[in-house]
Design a protein around this ligand. Structure first.
Ligand SMILES: [Zn+2]
Ligand SMILES: [Zn+2]
Length: 381
């Protein structure tokens, strides 16, 4: 190992000489991820050098004894022991602790650990998404419905193997049945999943005609779905275990039903509360009136007292939407707008003029905070 141009280990990891073991570990993790050869396909050789350099720095600085030797004697102290840095020890176990199953590290070092052929690993199946449109009323009351979901299922004809009945499988020639290919790249043995058999290590002799060798077929499943009342656009319902089956016997994914609720012509929704605007005439506002107004699923009686101002809001408690999470119900608000007549007949004009002579309003600005508009009034109770 050439020592002439060796960089300082602390400098390599970018840590202070007083760095703690944790800081060194974190710094190394960053370096290793940055210089992982898989991330530099265009310049693998250079990345590998940097990767090795940081690994070497880590292996020394993470070991209290070696670190002390290095701090005292520098690189010379370590090479003096003969054989330089020992990579065959626990360093590869450390990788697993630091990175877990992070991309390719297991592959990258499987040569170093003497790992053999990789078995087919069970994985969780994909989640599926289904977009569903609901009317406002359906969302308000909730619905029980059935949906058809196309999804991949194991082919029953070949039991998921992809091989035509009675023909079986043969070992993959590309990888000699190992499921992976090993490349020697300088210091490392890098293993890759075999592209010919996708890591299975075997290929079918004759393809199953049902699934064309895929081992899976697309099937339509009918799923019963209970949509709770009060759902809104963007509500996501999770149906556990109705996604796609996991490869190699892994658990099934989930199905997510994403809702889109159509708008209502009258009601505007704010959370579980509903708002509706009711136009009334100036005489109704002046004298009071009792109106039948649309409610959610039924009509409501709206009593407008005499002298109601435009902008007054009346609340009917508990007549809004349900909380789909099981809380209470929202309220229903009626917002009254007094319509000023725009097209008057000659007679109407005369009547209003007469009214005008006896009705006086002082047209000076209202004081701030004065309640020109009525506060929310509860209709019942
Ligand atoms: Zn099949
Ligand atoms: Zn293969």
């Amino acid at each position: 190992m050439a020592k002439s141009q060796q960089r300082d280990y602390y400098e390599v990891l970018g840590v202070a000489r007083t760095a703690t073991v944790e800081e060194i570990k974190a710094a190394y993790r960053k370096c290793a991820l940055k210089w992982h050869p898989d991330r530099h396909p265009e310049d693998k050789a250079d990345a590998e050098v940097k990767f090795r350099e940081s690994t070497e720095a880590y292996s020394v600085l993470s070991d209290a004894e070696k670190r002390q030797v290095y701090d005292t004697y520098g690189h010379a102290g370590l090479s003096g022991a003969g054989g330089g840095v020992d990579f065959s020890g626990t360093i590869f176990q450390d990788f697993h602790d630091i990175f877990g199953d992070f991309f390719g590290f297991e592959d990258l070092f499987s040569g170093g650990r003497g790992g053999g052929g990789r078995s087919r690993r069970a994985r969780r199946g994909s989640d599926l998404r289904y977009d569903m449109s609901l009317t406002f009323e359906e969302a308000a009351t909730g619905v029980n419905t059935k949906i058809k979901i196309p999804r991949q299922e194991f082919c029953a004809a070949c039991n998921g193997t992809g091989a035509k009945a009675g023909t079986g499988v043969v070992a993959c020639q590309t990888c000699a049945g190992r499921g992976q290919l090993a490349y020697q790249q300088g210091f490392f043995t890098i293993t890759r999943t075999c592209p010919a058999c996708q890591g299975a290590g075997q290929i079918v002799k004759e393809r199953c005609t049902e699934c064309r060798g895929q081992g899976r077929v697309e099937k339509e499943r009918i799923i019963e779905l209970r949509i709770p009342p009060g759902v809104d656009t963007g509500t996501r319902l999770r149906v556990q275990g109705e996604g796609e089956p996991g490869p190699n016997g892994g658990p099934t994914g989930d199905l997510y039903v994403v809702l889109d609720v159509k708008e209502h012509p009258y009601f505007e929704r704010r959370g579980a509360d509903l708002y509706c605007t009711i136009p009334i005439s100036i005489t109704q506002a002046s004298l009071g009136v009792e109106l039948q107004v649309p409610g959610l699923g039924s009509e409501e009686k709206l009593k407008i007292p005499e002298g109601t101002q435009s902008g007054a809001v009346f609340r009917v408690r508990g007549k809004g939407l349900a909380d789909p999470h099981g809380g209470g119900k929202g309220d229903l608000y009626y917002h009254v707008r007094v319509l000023t007549p725009t097209k008057l007949t000659r007679e109407q004009r005369k009547l209003i003029e007469q009214l005008g002579t006896s009705l006086k309003v002082e047209n000076k600005p209202a004081e701030r905070g004065s309640s020109l508009f009525d506060k929310v009034k509860d209709i019942f109770g």
